[in-house]
Design a protein around this ligand. Structure first.
Ligand code: CA
Length: 308
């Protein structure tokens, strides 16, 4: 049913951790649920990140979906770019991909124009630092009331759920001021924190099933995963960003609780921390994912990725 499709913009730091490419692929292969309106890139070399997204879309035959470059530096400029691996695009992009050209529009403008031209219909899926979205809010605050929903992979609320959780998460730590603007904006937010994403992963042994599909897209994805596992010297890697996307495909995969989320920006040791408090009635309430059905998610992920 076309009218039930979720219109999304994927805002991503694709290229460093392989999970962004897997989230994009999950969106591409979930056409029955997801209408991918645009991809926007953020943090670090956004031109290179955009080429990676463009190439994946091209392999999938979706050259019509715009990919827009966003903001390279954190919002206040005085913070470093964290986590740039140096391997971004290696083994995937070739000299022929020089011709892949991103949208002439800036990511911030594309987000604003999509949200304002399709009021109440656009869901923003933010799986990188929140710089683009914060800048979009500053430039056009009316997007706050006109976005359908924002799904954020980011933060950690430290549920003490048996996982060895860090006290800060990368996407928020990269740009805490941007995160603070987003979380205090009043937008309807679903937060997919490390507390749940560190429960879901793909293993090297899953690659055989992906390779068996033998399509250009699955072959590309299998190679990207394999290369990333070699770089991080592990036989598994977490599916942080695909889980955020999957909550839009089947919300029953996760259990959520309403909380108030504050972002620390000034602490000597705690900058970038997401402080989760019980939400009172008048507070901005964030839907925070607190548990995930690991097996059902993994099954959905593999079935979608490996579908013909
Ligand atoms: Ca990401």
């Amino acid at each position: 049913m076309v009218e039930n499709l979720r219109k999304i913009i994927l805002d991503t730091d694709i290229g460093t951790d392989v999970d962004d490419a897997l989230a994009l692929t999950l969106a591409i292969k979930s056409r029955e649920d997801i209408d991918l309106q645009a991809v926007t890139t953020v943090h670090g070399n956004v031109g290179l990140r955009s080429k990676i997204a463009l190439k994946l879309l091209k392999i999938a035959g979706l050259e019509n979906i715009p990919v827009a470059r966003g903001i390279e530096r954190p919002l206040l400029i005085d913070r470093p770019i964290l986590g740039w691996g140096g391997h971004e695009g290696e083994g995937f992009l070739t000299y022929e991909d020089e011709n892949l050209s991103p949208s002439e529009h800036h990511a911030v403008d594309l987000i604003i124009s999509k949200v304002m031209s399709m009021k109440g219909e656009i869901t923003l899926v933010c799986v990188g630092p929140l710089t683009n979205l914060a800048a979009a809010i500053i430039k056009e605050p009316r997007i706050i009331d006109n976005v359908k929903e924002v799904v954020i992979m980011g933060g950690v609320i430290r549920l003490f759920n048996g996982l060895n959780l860090p006290y800060r998460e990368h996407n928020i730590l990269c740009d805490p001021e941007a995160a603070k603007i987003v979380f205090s904006s009043g937008m309807p937010i679903t937060m997919v924190p490390l507390d749940v994403t560190l429960k879901v992963y793909i293993e090297r042994e899953d690659l055989a099933r992906i390779r068996a599909v033998d399509s250009p897209l699955t072959n590309a994805i299998a190679s990207m995963i394999e290369r990333y596992l070699d770089i991080v010297k592990r036989n598994y890697t977490w599916l942080h960003d695909p889980l955020a996307l999957a909550t839009l495909i089947d919300e029953s995969l996760v259990k959520t609780m309403s909380m108030k989320i504050l972002v620390e920006t000034k602490g000597e040791y705690t900058t970038g921390l997401t402080l989760a408090l019980p939400a009172k009635q008048d507070d901005e309430q964030v839907k925070v994912c607190v548990d995930v059905d690991v097996n059902r998610f993994k099954k959905l992920f593999m079935e979608r990725i490996c579908a013909k």
